[in-house]
Ligand binder design. Structure first.
Ligand SMILES: *Cc1c(COP(=O)(O)O)cnc(C)c1O
Length: 351
């Protein structure tokens, strides 16, 4: 740290992303990326012409992509916000709406508390129940911004849309952010509620179900007024937050919807099969509505298992929070990758 850093950032603990090794040595099951490439139409979308057009700024309004997303999801373009990954829209939401404080679960996406700290927000982390399920009543009538990943990470569990509605309806003077990064793998979307509630923001990402984590594309749905607030923050920080190539790839992604539906189904099938296999080896595996599993075994300490897998070329995600340090989060890869994973697990545990 230099002696120039502003005092309020000196104690800030930054978010620590999952490991991103620079070589292809690992079977990478640690950051919930898709094992499948983007749709063929996306892979073919960028031309020489597009590269040469990089001399010009991108469209700061993202008009074409907003229209396409609005068409696909049955909303108006003014209900859509585009961001550089959904991390950016979450960042903007904390900046814009966290003034009266915030609440979110103790076990959830690690970035929420970092944004809370960054903006000096008075936040509370509400403990999930013993079995990691979320009691929606804990979030009703809070009088603060509410942030919930649904389905949640790293647990993989979700709550039904009527529970979300109760939370939104009971906090009319605050924004409720529902982070739907994993909704395409079996969760229930809160999107239809944006017509009825002007305080609901639903965030999404192209990183997981759209096989495009490296493209950094996220978006959000909300009332036109909420979206206008986020646009104000965007135009006050980085008006060209999305580059020309990513915008074009995003449009091609919307055109490839059938392909992505198939990939999501395939991942859900591989997930359910992997869960059964792990359970047959005595693992406790939480029910998952996502593209990952959260699992533990009595036979080996969570961190030890993580390290043993890594030593054998398989990366999963381990969290040191004592409430979950016996678990590992395992991203669903291809069936072949999961077979290798299971074989290696058997080897490690001597089964
Ligand atoms: C992966 C993830 C995100 C962020 O995704 P981006 O790559 O920034 O779009 C947001 N929320 C949750 C819960 C996630 O797991």
């Amino acid at each position: 740290m230099s002696r120039y850093l502003n005092a309020q950032y000196q104690a800030l603990e930054a978010y620590v992303p999952g490991e991103q090794p620079r070589d292809q040595r690992y079977i990478k099951l640690n950051t919930n990326e898709s094992p499948y490439p983007p749709a063929p139409s996306v892979c073919a979308a960028i031309t020489q012409e597009d590269v040469s057009l990089l001399r010009l700024y991108s469209d700061p309004t993202g008009k074409n992509l907003k229209e396409k997303l609005a068409g696909l999801y049955g909303v108006k373009p003014e209900n859509v916000f585009l961001s550089n990954g959904s991390d950016e829209v979450l960042n903007f939401a904390f900046m814009a709406f966290g003034g009266k404080g915030a609440v979110f679960p103790d076990i959830s996406y690690g970035f929420y508390s970092v944004f809370g700290d960054l903006y000096g927000i008075d936040y509370t982390q509400i403990p999930l129940k013993e079995d990691f399920s979320l009691d929606y009543q804990d979030y009703c009538g809070q009088g603060k911004m509410v942030v919930i990943a649904n389905p949640n990470a790293p647990t993989g569990l979700s709550i039904p849309v009527d529970a979300v509605e109760q939370i939104v309806a009971s906090n009319p003077d605050n924004v409720v952010v529902i982070d739907e990064a994993y909704v395409d793998f079996g969760g229930e979307t809160a999107l239809p509620l944006i017509e009825k509630y002007d305080n609901l923001l639903v965030t999404r990402t192209f990183s997981k179900s759209r096989c495009m984590a490296g493209g950094r594309l996220g978006y959000a749905f909300g009332s036109a007024a909420l979206i206008a607030d986020l646009e104000k923050i965007k135009y006050s920080t980085n008006p060209y937050n999305l580059d020309r190539l990513t915008l074009k790839l995003g449009e091609a992604t919307v055109d490839g919807e059938d392909y992505y539906q198939k990939m999501c189904t395939r991942i859900q099938e591989t997930r359910d099969w992997t869960k059964e296999q792990l359970e047959s080896m005595g693992f406790q595996v939480l029910p998952s509505q996502t593209n990952f599993l959260f699992a533990r075994t009595d036979r080996m300490d969570g961190q030890e298992l993580y390290l043993a897998l890594k030593a054998r070329g398989i990366l999963v995600r381990h969290f040191s929070n004592p409430r979950i340090d016996q678990f590992n989060r395992i991203t669903i890869g291809t069936p072949e990758q999961m077979e290798t994973f299971l074989t290696v697990i058997k080897e490690i545990l001597g089964l």
